[in-house]
Write a new protein. Structure first.
Length: 245
């Protein structure tokens, strides 16, 4: 089974709705008129549905069909969000130019783009679907810190329902450091264990900044969390904001 389909049923237990993330979006995109946002890599749709319920006009897609099925099931017949299965590299061909006020790409989704070509394809697509003055907001991990500290695991996620262990195995690739993201998800009721791995790319800040510039963005801002705290050498998250001028 695909990596994300395997964990989709338990995704909201692993990654519950992030209130700081919500406030970050609301502060960046104050509601005035019809504010149109698109959630790239929407997973099971919690963020999109929350924002739609609070007045935003939301579009959302994910590459994994099971994630999209669960998100659509949550949406039901409300009509708040139409969830689609889509490759993020195809976004520019799927949505008309100048459609959105904001493009959201959270949850380390960008790290699935393993080559410079794929990364630039997505960032250029994001630029094209934004209105003039629109904003792209990205959250990945701070791979400068991860690589320089030789980090091989991420903090354990554990609650009453699940235990989620996350490990890195690095190798070398033409586009930069590629690594296997290895997880062990234990479902405490019934002691079900799901082992998985997927290949990702460690995107350094300078690489991302160069690609944003090549795609046409300007005025990039960099943060170490969704509270807009400074990006420090040991920050684990990296949040980037870029504007289409």
């Amino acid at each position: 089974m695909d990596f994300y389909s395997a964990i989709s049923t338990y995704y909201s237990d692993i990654f519950p709705l992030n209130q700081e993330q919500i406030r970050f979006v609301q502060n960046m995109f104050p509601l005035s008129g019809n504010c149109r946002l698109i959630d790239v890599g929407c997973a099971t749709g919690a963020l999109s549905l929350h924002l739609a319920g609070n007045g935003y006009s939301m579009s959302a897609f994910d590459f994994d069909p099971e994630m999209v099925r669960l998100a659509s099931e949550k949406a039901g017949s409300t009509g708040l969000v139409h969830f689609e299965q889509l490759d993020m590299r195809a976004m520019g061909a799927h949505f008309p130019e100048g459609t959105f006020d904001g493009v959201l790409c959270f949850g380390n989704t960008l790290a699935h783009l393993l080559s410079d070509e794929d990364l630039l394809t997505f960032l250029s697509a994001a630029f094209n679907v934004l209105k003039p003055g629109g904003t792209l907001a990205i959250q990945i991990l701070n791979y400068d810190f991860i690589l320089e500290s030789s980090m091989t695991s991420l903090p354990l996620i554990e609650n009453e329902t699940i235990r989620f262990e996350r490990y890195y195995e690095f190798s070398s690739g033409q586009a930069g450091p590629l690594f296997d993201f290895i997880t062990k998800l234990t479902i405490k009721k019934g002691s079900l264990v799901l082992d998985n791995r997927v290949q990702l790319r460690a995107i350094r800040k300078q690489e991302l900044e160069n690609m944003l510039n090549r795609a046409g963005f300007s005025g990039s801002e960099w943060y170490g969390n969704f509270q807009r705290g400074a990006l420090l050498p040991n920050s684990l998250p990296l949040v980037a904001v870029a504007v289409k001028i």
